[in-house]
Design a protein around this ligand. Structure first.
Ligand code: FES
Length: 154
């Protein structure tokens, strides 16, 4: 079920778009902002509100990989795996993150603190390797720098 606040926030987006379907990403982001992810029942209500099937919405969520269809940690780490970061050693930094957190890409730490996700170019190739944690971008990563950065996210 969408909460009255979620529904109102989604409906407030309608005037900004040519049709209701175009609101779908914003609608899922609104739910995710409040709940951390987008559960099935919320997706069904969004579908009803926008005139879209659950399968269509699920397809958009899968394509747009910043929408989570299952619970994630309190902080989401997006590790850039595109070419500039790869050349600059993103594999090593990702390996360090995996070892440090005890999880692989796509997984969440048992304490629910971090989820680790690969992502395409974050647009900061001149400071590769790069990762984003929640809304913050972190540049020029090294293992020591990663360790210091992680401490800022309890
Ligand atoms: S390739 Fe990683 S930021 Fe562009």
């Amino acid at each position: 079920m969408l909460s009255p606040e979620e529904r109102a926030e989604i409906e407030a987006e309608f005037p900004h778009y040519p049709n209701r379907k175009a609101v779908c990403i914003d609608a899922m982001k609104i739910v995710q902002k409040r709940r951390g992810w987008v559960p099935d029942e919320a997706l069904a209500d969004i579908g009803e509100l926008l005139g879209m099937s659950i399968a269509d919405l699920d397809g958009v969520a899968t394509f747009y990989n910043l929408i989570f269809r299952r619970p994630v940690g309190r902080h989401v780490i997006y590790v850039c795996d595109s070419v500039s970061c790869w050349i600059m050693g993103s594999d090593r930094q990702c390996g360090h993150l995996s070892e440090r957190l005890g999880i692989q890409l796509g997984e969440t730490t048992p304490d629910g603190r971090f989820t680790l996700i690969p992502i395409v170019c974050l647009g900061a190739c001149d400071h590769a390797p790069v990762m984003m944690i929640d809304d913050d971008t972190h540049f020029d990563l090294t293992p020591a720098r990663i360790d210091r950065i992680l401490e800022r996210y309890p």
